[in-house]
Design a protein around this ligand. Sequence first.
Ligand SMILES: [Zn+2]
Ligand SMILES: [Zn+2]
Length: 579
Amino acid sequence: MKIEARRVASIFREMANLLSIKGENPFRMRAYRKAADVFQYFSGDLEEAYKKGELNNVPGVGKGILEKIGVILKTGRLPAHEELKAEFPPGLMEILSIPEVGPKTVRLLYEKMGIESIDQLKEAIKKEKLRYLPGMGAKSEENILRGIKLHRMSQGRILLGRALPLVQGVIQELTEKASSFIDKISPAGSLRRGKETIGDIDILVTSSHSSALMDAFISLSCVQDVLARGQTKSSVLTPEGLQMDLRVVSPNCFGAAIQYFTGSKSHNIALRERAIKRGLKINEYGVFEQQGHRIAGEKEEEVYESLQLSFIPPELREDRGEIAVAEQGSLPELICEKDIRGDFHVHSTWSDGRNTIEELVKEALFRGYEYLAITDHSASLKVAGGLSPHQLFNQVKKIRELDSRIKGFHILTGTEVDIKGNGTLDFSDEVLGNLDLVIAALHTGFKQDRKTLTSRAIKAMRNPFVRILAHPSGRLLGEREAYAIDMERILEVAKEEGVWLEINAQPERLDLTDVWAREARRKKVKLVINTDAHSKDSLGFMTLGVITARRGWLEKDDVINTLSWGELSQIIKAKRRSD
Ligand SMILES: [Zn+2]
Ligand SMILES: [Zn+2]
């Protein structure tokens, strides 16, 4: 069995959490947590990297961790992890997965009240028992209850950023194992529509030899359990509890089937109603006339054509008005990943990033970009190694020097400057005026009321040096809801000031959301799609940002980082927006 880096990350993360519940040496705990962060989004073959000794120099991976990785790769498990797990009731880990509940709280609940499960926790909150624990109050009860709701909602769903590589891996492995049996293959469902979280995964395939294909499918390396194995459909479970279905369809129905299984449900209902009005019937086998004569089904485009609609890209199929617009033939020409010419939000080793500026630039060149902005954190964000004005000054010098040595590529100096409690920025205008690109971001005070949060952001946006507002809603999928910011108002001010709003492409952020991105476009606010990468591999999150932009109906012209360097440099030449 192949061990994935994700598995290693989850073992280390669990160890860090268990040690923390136990109240052990914080140093050991941090070592595990750091290692977990490293391997969470590790791309490439972990076993190969380990054998070649490539892990030896990775920051955050010490000798002890390295040894443990060796054990996990060899046996699939880690005895120290299992022993630690055996010390606590299994329900504690589930309590820990509730947003708002950290290891210290879990320990408190367990030791003082004997709470071992989420149900017991809910019961205790109902009886208002938690508020009398040290450091707790009625407010904490409320917060935890909201956390439980958020947790229950996200259960059984995984992030698009996790599902996408998983499915790509499955399709690749399946194609390698059974290439001679596979004709067409494609994911369907919410994954194909690019939703931010995915419930289960549907894959459609046409095959001349479905029995052999099913055998290959149920023996894939990511299969934990086989739920069903049939002639035309099989279902399996992955280690993270995700259900994955493979469905064999006949080649002449593939278009109708992929349309049908891509959904969304409400989009399909609307299509069906439209078909009925025209005296047609639509299902997973095709579009039929009253007498049963089939008029479409082999190609997906034909399905829409037969209903007098232009082709609706999967990302738009949410019954948000796309059918009416497709009828008029005026769907937007959606932005594509190849339209992106650079990334404006990237962290280097100068703050909390894991790669040097040189490494990041190399990766950007590899991706075919024309420009990259280095935007490390500012001083007040100490946990993220924020730069002092002096350090930033040195970084700017270094970047300008590096930039002058690389031909045909442009490195922008920048910062992700913290918006302080009173809405002022962490750097003076004098410091900001020395930079090519200033991003402002809220990183504190998430629980403030709507008025306070909104006015902090607006004050920052009124600063003439600020070009971009990062991750505007602050939500973290499955962990933290958007803060109480007045987004309508933010859009208005963005329009007034010419500040660009970010679609942050981190898998757990995707912020702005598709819905707000569309609203921004309606209001003619410009957007940027940034990865907020903390390592060179994370520049690849751009895919997720572009999918979100597509779901927000965005075209190339709505997004600033599709501009050529010639066009962009004209804009940012002026350090102040209004100049
Ligand atoms: Zn940030
Ligand atoms: Zn950032």
